[in-house]
Design a protein around this ligand. Structure first.
Ligand SMILES: Nc1ncnc2c1ncn2[C@@H]1O[C@H](COP(=O)(O)OP(=O)(O)O)[C@@H](O)[C@H]1O
Ligand SMILES: [Mg+2]
Length: 282
């Protein structure tokens, strides 16, 4: 019997999509003589991929995120976002490009004096979106994140999970291509953690964007990430498909992360400055 198969037309070349995030030999040292926070990191994240960055406290995860977001400038190496060299952008080019990247900081940085709706509208106000479009976009986001009833509440009146949703809604306000999330689940109880992970999964399905998630929880990462990179003292210990790293970890540090040999006090965030301060929010 004739085998039936769908022949692919070999002459039809698929467009080669540039990596959403292309980190090339990035080094960042905070003080002369100090060990580098990032030591020659090269990492490519494909468009539409959910990528987890794992490592113990101090491994360089947040510094990597801050370099990708260009809140930190590498001492050497470069970072391309969808092919554009972000390390070379002038301040005015950077202001134009900012909306392509959404960021959720570990401490969320919600503005306590602003309502939920006004927090979500902030990136749109900063990039000059007309008022009428801001209102409809904010309503759409709040509805999508199931917090429309909290529009007029203040961050202090929300639960941890609700605050996390506001931060995600704000990060997605400008329709970014890339979402960076620093330890999005670390401060949450297990139930809320699961709900935020589900939300991140839905974001990927709904918005089709590239997501980079920093975490030290390999099990959570494996549940939602396509690929994982494990950092150790500013270097890549290993990088590969999430399943492979979970099932057969190659590095000692990954085995340690897997065995939950990470004490809570080892997870304390180091907070140096805030995104919105840096992009001109009073
Ligand atoms: N602004 C900074 N000034 C000085 N040292 C810093 C600064 N940011 C990070 N570091 C140092 O760089 C290393 C990596 O930190 P970080 O990227 O915050 O790690 P992680 O997020 O994995 O916990 C740590 O040793 C940290 O103390
Ligand atoms: Mg960190």
């Amino acid at each position: 019997m004739e085998a039936r198969s769908i022949q692919r037309n070999k002459s039809q070349t698929l467009p080669v999509e540039l990596p959403a995030v292309d980190v090339r030999a990035v080094t960042r040292r905070f003080a002369p003589g100090a060990p580098p926070a990032l030591d020659g990191i090269s990492l490519q994240i494909a468009a539409g991929e959910v990528h987890g960055v794992l490592g113990l406290s101090g491994a360089g995860k947040t510094t990597l995120l801050r370099c990708i977001a260009r809140l930190e400038i590498p001492d050497s190496g470069k970072i391309l976002i969808a092919g554009s060299d972000w390390t070379a952008l002038t301040p005015s080019e950077l202001r134009r490009e900012r909306g392509k990247m959404g960021i959720v900081f570990q401490q969320l940085h919600l503005l306590s004096s602003r309502t939920v709706a006004a927090n979500v509208s902030l990136p749109l106000e900063l990039n000059g979106t007309p008022r009428s479009s801001i209102t409809s976009r904010v309503i759409e986001l709040l509805e999508w994140f199931d917090i429309a009833d909290k529009a007029k509440s203040y961050p202090a009146q929300l639960s941890g999970g609700q605050r996390q949703r506001v931060a995600l809604a704000r990060a997605l306000a400008t329709n970014p291509r890339v979402l960076l999330a620093d330890e999005p689940t670390s401060a949450l109880d297990p139930e809320t953690r699961a709900s935020v992970l589900n939300t991140l999964r839905s974001i990927r399905e709904q918005f089709g964007i590239t997501i980079l998630i920093i975490t030290h929880d390999l099990h959570s990462a494996a549940a939602i990430c396509d690929r994982i990179t494990v950092l150790d003292a500013g270097r890549i210990a290993e990088s590969g498909p999430a399943r492979q790293i979970l099932d057969s970890p190659a590095s000692e540090i990954t085995k340690r992360l897997l065995s939950h040999d990470v004490s809570p006090q080892n997870r304390a965030p180091v907070l140096h400055s805030t995104h919105f301060e840096e992009i001109g929010q009073p």
